[in-house]
Design a protein around this ligand. Structure first.
Ligand SMILES: Nc1ncnc2c1ncn2[C@@H]1O[C@H](COP(=O)(O)OP(=O)(O)OP(=O)(O)O)[C@@H](O)[C@H]1O
Length: 608
């Protein structure tokens, strides 16, 4: 867990690749130091010319040329060292970027599914794409700038001794003043809150835009363009408002900072005038004055960088905080050394589970599941039935540990699933969910997710069994057709069959079918049932199907009602019992009869 404060964490991350960063800092210091050499050289050139003129001596042209070369070498070295500093800082930044993105995305995959209901995809996308990149930008660009802007006053202090220390101090005073103004601006009451609000509004705007674009078809179909756009528009307005508030809060400090640095000479000129009256060596003093006046023009640049650096620093700290908020979410606890199993009976023992609380509530109505116990033997099919919201999907999600039960346990082959490594547990289970998610990759890749090292023949065999081979072959690029590409549209039923092909290919011993045939037309449904029969051979199958006809032959039917297990047995046993299942079956038959009577010509049977 990441517990340290975000600023400290940012520096920890910055120095993750210590040696590389130290080299970057060293080259930054050298770059700033050598940038002064041309000024000093010019000073000595002017000094040589004036002393030669005053003393009526011949100009030492060789010395002047040497100073000229020194100025050139100094400027070239400064550029070269700056280049090296940026090279090293970029190497460290990209290594850190890779490390952070990789670990963050990996960490996301270890989090329970419940986490995703509390955090929108817009928020997570912003962390991966924007926040982590801000940390990268900070290390790559702003760190060398920080080093540069802090080195400058030190160099000024050093060269004070070589010229006129009084003018040197006069140069240093506005710089220190500018620092004080800037720091006091950042320490102002409310600026932190404004910054946080500003960031929150940014996330909200990003979420609203994703939601608007994703839901555009529903929005248009229901003619809700105005209302939907309103939320998006309001989020932009809120962002604008906080942006302005943040800028307002800071505007005087910013203005004074810029004003002071752009007018350093205003601090030097009065000192020159004052010292003119008391100095003995006019020639030397005038030269030093010229030097500092020229020098004062070159000074603001590194400090202006500091202005953007401090903003970048704040943003990077905020980004680290956002990232760490997610990284502090508890992942599912993994055993040190996972147990494996030799049979695949799935057993629920008094399982109680609530989505919203860590502790299952004593009030059963607050729980999604209450004291659920059943055995699903290897090689048998257990069907979960019940009204909408009765807990069928929740039961299926607990098996691969998308959530952990609050009470009770789930075992596979007699081993508690919490004692298995999650990779191993997931390898035991295949799913066909209600909502099929297909990646924007080829059909081949989409099916191969079930078994990445599968050969083309294996993929084709699975596709044939899942009744997708024919429609895939009809596509212009066959198995190489890319999902979502122009002209590549799949129907709901076709997507469902691709998901079945995936599960067929994975061929794991436990199969969870959630509404597996909901989009299939009657002809294909029959074929899919045949294919599933082959697939289900010898496996533990947990099937959620709303159409009771599809689960009539199940070895065991578990009937759920408001999170409670109210009945279990075979179809015939439950019909004989004339309880909940019997009533559902009667409703189901009635629905079928209505359709046969011609009240609807849809082949698709209404869900119970
Ligand atoms: N992610 C979630 N967060 C909070 N509550 C949830 C979540 N998912 C489901 N629930 C609640 O848990 C209960 C059981 O839902 P579940 O989806 O398991 O029912 P279901 O029988 O599968 O329903 P359906 O047939 O409509 O899919 C419901 O009250 C539901 O509102």
């Amino acid at each position: 867990m990441k517990t340290s404060n975000p600023s400290y964490r940012l520096w920890q991350l910055t120095f993750r690749y210590k040696i590389i960063i130290i080299f970057s800092c060293l080259f930054s210091i050298l770059s700033v130091a050598t940038a002064f050499i041309p000024f000093i050289s010019v000073y000595y050139i002017v000094y040589e010319i004036i002393t030669a003129l005053v003393n009526h001596q011949l100009l030492n042209s060789e010395l002047i040329i040497n100073y000229g070369w020194l100025a050139f070498i100094g400027a070239a070295c400064s550029i070269f060292f700056n280049f090296l500093a940026l090279c090293f800082s970029h190497i460290a930044a990209f290594k850190t970027l890779y490390h952070l993105k990789y670990n963050f995305v990996r960490y996301l995959s270890c989090l329970p599914l419940g986490f995703y209901t509390a955090h929108s995809s817009g928020e997570l996308r912003k962390i991966v794409d924007d926040d982590i990149e801000k940390i990268e930008i900070f290390i790559a660009h702003q760190l060398p700038d920080i080093i540069g802007s802090f080195t400058t006053p030190v160099i000024i202090l050093i060269i004070l001794a070589f010229f006129d220390w009084r003018l040197g101090l006069a140069t240093l005073v506005p710089i220190i003043l500018a620092y004080i103004v800037l720091i006091s601006g950042y320490r102002r009451k409310g600026i932190k809150n404004n910054m946080q609000e500003f960031q929150k509004r940014l996330v909200d705007m990003s979420n609203a835009s994703v939601e608007y674009i994703r839901g555009i078809t529903v929005v248009k179909a229901f003619n809700q363009t105005f209302f939907s756009f309103k939320r998006f528009y309001e989020s932009i307005k809120a962002y604008e408002q906080y942006c302005l508030r943040f800028i307002n809060c800071f505007k005087y400090h910013m203005a004074f900072f810029i004003l002071i640095l752009n007018n350093i000479y205003l601090f030097i000129v009065p000192v020159i005038i004052w010292l003119l009256g008391v100095t003995d060596n006019y020639a030397h003093f005038i030269l030093a004055s010229i030097f500092y006046l020229i020098f004062s023009l070159a000074l603001p640049a590194p400090f202006f960088k500091l202005l953007y650096v401090s903003q970048g620093l704040q943003r990077a700290v905020k980004s680290v905080e956002n990232m760490d908020n997610i990284l502090n979410t508890k992942p599912l606890v993994e055993p040190e050394s996972g147990l494996e199993v030799d049979n695949y009976d799935v057993c629920f023992n008094e399982v109680t589970f609530a989505y919203d609380t860590n502790e299952a509530s004593d009030a059963p109505e607050n729980n999604a599941l209450n004291h659920i116990s059943f055995d699903a033997k290897q090689g048998t099919t257990t069907a979960l039935v019940g009204l909408s919201g009765s807990g069928k999907s929740t039961v299926s999600l607990l098996i691969p540990r998308f959530f952990d039960p609050n009470k009770g346990s789930i075992t596979i082959g007699g081993v508690d699933i919490r004692q298995m490594k999650s990779d191993y547990l997931l390898s035991l289970v295949s799913f066909v969910f209600q909502d099929v998610f297909l990646f924007k990759q080829t059909i081949l890749d989409n099916i191969k997710i079930g078994k990445p090292d599968a050969s083309l023949d294996e993929v084709i065999a699975a596709a044939k069994a899942a009744q997708c081979h024919e429609f895939i072959e009809r596509l212009p690029d066959g198995y190489q057709s890319v999902i979502g590409a122009k002209g590549m549209h799949l129907s709901g039923g076709e997507m469902q069959r691709l998901a079945i092909a995936r599960a067929l290919l994975k061929n794991s011993p436990i199969l969870i079918l959630d509404e597996a045939t909901s989009f299939a037309d009657p002809e294909n449904e029959y074929k899919i049932q045949l294919a599933l029969k082959v697939l289900m051979e010898g496996k533990t199958v947990i099937m959620i199907a709303h159409r009771l006809s599809t689960i009539k032959d199940a070895d065991q039917i578990v009937v759920l009602d408001k999170g409670n297990l109210v009945e279990k047995g075979t179809h015939d046993e439950l019909i004989d019992r004339q309880q909940t299942y019997y009533k559902m079956w009667q409703y189901y038959k009635q629905t079928l009869d209505w359709q046969m009577d011609g009240s609807s010509h849809n082949d698709e049977v209404a869900h119970v």
